[in-house]
Design a protein around this ligand. Structure first.
Ligand SMILES: [Zn+2]
Length: 159
């Protein structure tokens, strides 16, 4: 059994839903925010934090039952977990594997963290555009004001 399989087995198998692997260690709570899972009225979820990972040092794993994430939702995850791998589970087996498709730009994913940026002006409705400068570590730059974004604050500005 590979190390990956072993760590996947730390949480019980789910019948239907989504398994997200290779979230950087400690970031799974931000992932929940990204998917609007707030714990009070959500599908059953299981999370594993800080398991050893060759690629990441430590990683988190998230399982969401009875919900299949869309490609669009996954692309939002790139903010915190650009190398995450995602499996859609149907009837206890992997039905589809999805990966984040990160282009050069994230459009209408999050608002620039600088409140004085023109993209945050209500009088000038503009698409929210963030340039992807690099993915490791994730570095995003506002298309309009050119400023580099703080990822923790950016997660709070998700659209
Ligand atoms: Zn800006």
């Amino acid at each position: 059994m590979s190390a990956d399989e072993q760590s996947m087995r730390r949480v019980t198998a789910i019948r239907n839903g989504t398994v997200i692997d290779h979230i950087p260690g400690g970031m799974v709570l931000q992932a929940l925010q990204i998917f609007n899972v707030d714990g009070r009225h959500s599908n059953p979820i299981s999370l594993v934090m800080n398991v050893p990972s060759r690629k990441l040092g430590t990683k988190d794993i998230l399982k969401i039952e009875d919900r299949e994430l869309t490609q669009e939702e996954l692309d939002r995850l790139a903010l915190i977990a650009p190398i995450a791998s995602v499996s859609i589970i149907r009837n206890y087996s992997v039905a589809e594997k999805l990966s984040i498709k990160l282009g050069d730009e994230m459009v209408n994913v999050a608002r620039c963290v600088y409140s004085n940026c023109i993209s945050n002006s209500e009088r000038e409705p503009l698409p929210h555009r963030l340039k992807v400068l690099k993915t490791s570590p994730m570095t995003l730059q506002c298309h309009y004001c050119g400023r580099i974004q703080n990822l923790e604050r950016l997660v709070k500005n998700l659209l």
